[in-house]
Design a protein around this ligand. Sequence first.
Ligand SMILES: Nc1ncnc2c1ncn2[C@@H]1O[C@H](COP(=O)(O)OP(=O)(O)OP(=O)(O)O)[C@@H](O)[C@H]1O
Length: 247
Amino acid sequence: MKLLIAQQIQKKYKQKIIVDKVSFKVNEGECVGIIGPNGAGKSTLLKMLATVEKPSQGTLRFHELGYDGNIKKIRKKVGYIPQDIALFEELTVKQQIQSWSRLSQGKIDKRHVDDMIEILRLNEVMKKRTSDLSGGWKRKLNLCIGILHKPELCLLDEPTAGIDIAARKEIMDWLKRLQQQGMTLMFISHDWHELRALSDRLLIVDQGRLLFDGTIDEMKFMKYDDGSRDLSNIVQAGLEYEHGWGR
Ligand SMILES: Nc1ncnc2c1ncn2[C@@H]1O[C@H](COP(=O)(O)OP(=O)(O)OP(=O)(O)O)[C@@H](O)[C@H]1O
């Protein structure tokens, strides 16, 4: 079953095209990785899917709901975790989770929340003030808060950026657990290990365009016809990571 359908979506800031007529579909329960060079338009694409930005052109549908006129309903079903961390710094972790749960428009499933707290090991820092947490802990807390309402689709912008290997593994395990529970995931990453471990499918974005939509295994048949060095390097790195095909 299709969960999300993007048709020819475009985003312009002033006259500059940031996302250029991108179309793709996401099935229920799928995990889609998004990769591309810096400034390619990945975050802007994710923001449109999250209803944070409105496409300048094109259409987005979530199940049978068009994004136009249904933003409130869609936000209940979609979780978005941006790179920036927006937390109440003066609250303890426990208060933070309680406050965001109260602010949530949907019903909170306590088991889901407890499960996230456990797997992200947030119970170790429950009494700490948010302002006293390290960057990695803040990121984990931010991730937990972004999907307190147990959305059907979770959109993550570089969920493991700038954190240590142990915490990264916890986040990966947590994402796998969410996927096993049936959540549909889309995540931006620059890390082939993560993309390989989590994604069923890959979207490669460059200069606002969708250059590839398929499995990592299908990627080895990809032809570069636009001479994009950055993209070739990204694909090359992926292939080298896989089996040394690119060497
Ligand atoms: N609100 C905005 N106004 C004007 N330009 C913007 C705005 N947001 C993003 N851009 C521009 O759009 C381009 C793509 O940005 P975006 O953050 O989507 O790229 P990205 O692929 O996520 O990059 P990175 O991997 O570095 O995070 C950049 O050139 C950026 O400067």
